[in-house]
Design a protein around this ligand. Structure first.
Ligand code: PEP
Ligand code: MN
Length: 356
């Protein structure tokens, strides 16, 4: 029986970004008690970007969490980043551990945590790495599994972006969707607080996650968010969380008698045949590319020709604009198609030349 598979949707994890004072923990937990909460969260060791910020209260915070659990009965989750954190968490009876985004990026550290968890039966959540890499995320999950952890969930908290995108961490939805495709068995939760970065956007990201068929939500709350010692902009009051939950629409993957009904079935058949045509066209395009590669080879031309690529980008994006589909989508698609063509043509140019 999995701790994370309650059948309740969303599986709700909430609590403060950081445990700050005994009163803050008890006040928050009491306010959350009446909500459909599955797990209380609280940061005990905080990974901070710059030194000098509040880095968590460690063992003192653990003792308050233990007290809170004794009085409310709420199970507790904390982030662990060091093997000493794992040892202390177990000593204080913490129910669930999570691996933070800044740890998931580092396979050495994930392995150290996995080694510390060998033989321990505890549910673990693995947040995505800060960079958009589904394999790295999956790798951390697999390291936990190899250590014998069977009760696992993934948490999508967004990805660092070079340019500001309006979110603190850009959601990059295709990455968690790819993870879910590869691991259908794994519950996947969304942390809209760390994606949004500001409390006014949390509800909108939470709704999107529900519409993307996520299983749960991790949302930061604080009795007085503006006074919080970490992530003050994105934490919300318990009342605001209640309002968010009240407004959340939970849609079904299939609606009985409708979702699988004739209308959807018909539209899907059309979609299937369009996709088959797309793959057919791509095959023909690739064959043409090979013939062009042979001509280039015979005429001692380079495989990649910047002018031609500029022309492709310009004409295809112009057509996209006229037809009302996003130009950046078409450019990204053509980058992939063109890259594959050039790869094939390079192979042709290098055939029988001994070049690797
Ligand atoms: C957190 O949940 O408080 C946290 C630090 O998360 P992340 O690892 O996603 O940054
Ligand atoms: Mn936080």
């Amino acid at each position: 029986m999995s701790f994370f598979k309650t059948g309740r949707k969303p599986f709700l994890i909430s609590g403060p970004c950081s445990v700050e004072t005994r009163e803050q923990v008890l006040e928050t937990a009491n306010a959350l008690k009446g909500m459909p909460l599955s797990l209380f969260r609280g940061g005990v060791w905080k990974p901070r970007t710059r030194p000098g910020s509040f880095e968590g209260l460690g063992e003192t915070a653990l003792s308050w969490l233990r007290e809170m659990k004794a009085s409310t009965g709420l199970p507790v989750a904390i982030e662990v980043a060091e093997t000493t954190h794992v040892e202390l968490a177990l000593e204080y009876g913490i129910d669930v551990l999570w691996i933070g985004a800044r740890t998931t990026v580092n396979p050495f550290q994930v392995q150290r945590l996995a080694d510390a968890l060998k033989g321990v039966r505890i549910p673990v959540m693995v947040k995505n790495p800060v960079n958009p890499d589904a394999d790295l995320w999956l790798g951390a999950i697999e390291r936990m599994e190899q250590a014998g952890i069977t009760d696992l969930a993934a948490v999508h908290r967004g990805f660092s972006a070079y340019k500001s995108t309006g979110y603190r961490n850009q959601p990059n939805w295709p990455i968690p969707i790819e993870l879910k495709r590869r691991r259908r068995d794994l519950p996947i939760f969304c942390d809209p607080s760390h994606i949004a970065g500001s409390r006014d956007k949390v509800a909108q990201v939470a709704q999107k996650a529900m519409d993307m068929h996520f299983d749960g939500l991790m949302i930061e709350v604080h009795p007085r968010p503006e006074e919080a010692w970490s992530d003050a902009e994105q934490q919300m009051t318990p009342e605001a969380l209640q309002a968010l939950l009240d407004g959340l629409i939970i849609r079904e993957q299939y609606v009985p008698g409708m979702g699988k009904g004739p209308e959807l079935e018909y539209l899907r058949q059309i979609m299937d045949s369009l996709d088959a045509e797309i793959i057919d066209l791509l095959t023909r395009r690739m064959d043409l590319s090979i013939r062009i590669g042979e001509v280039k080879k015979a005429s001692h031309m380079t495989a990649y020709q910047p002018d031609r690529w500029c022309e492709i980008v310009q004409t295809r994006s112009e057509q996209a604009r006229k037809q009302g589909i996003p130009e950046d989508f078409i450019i990204a698609l053509y980058e992939k198609i063109h890259h594959e063509s050039i790869k094939k043509q390079l192979e042709i140019l290098q055939e029988n030349t001994g070049a690797a």
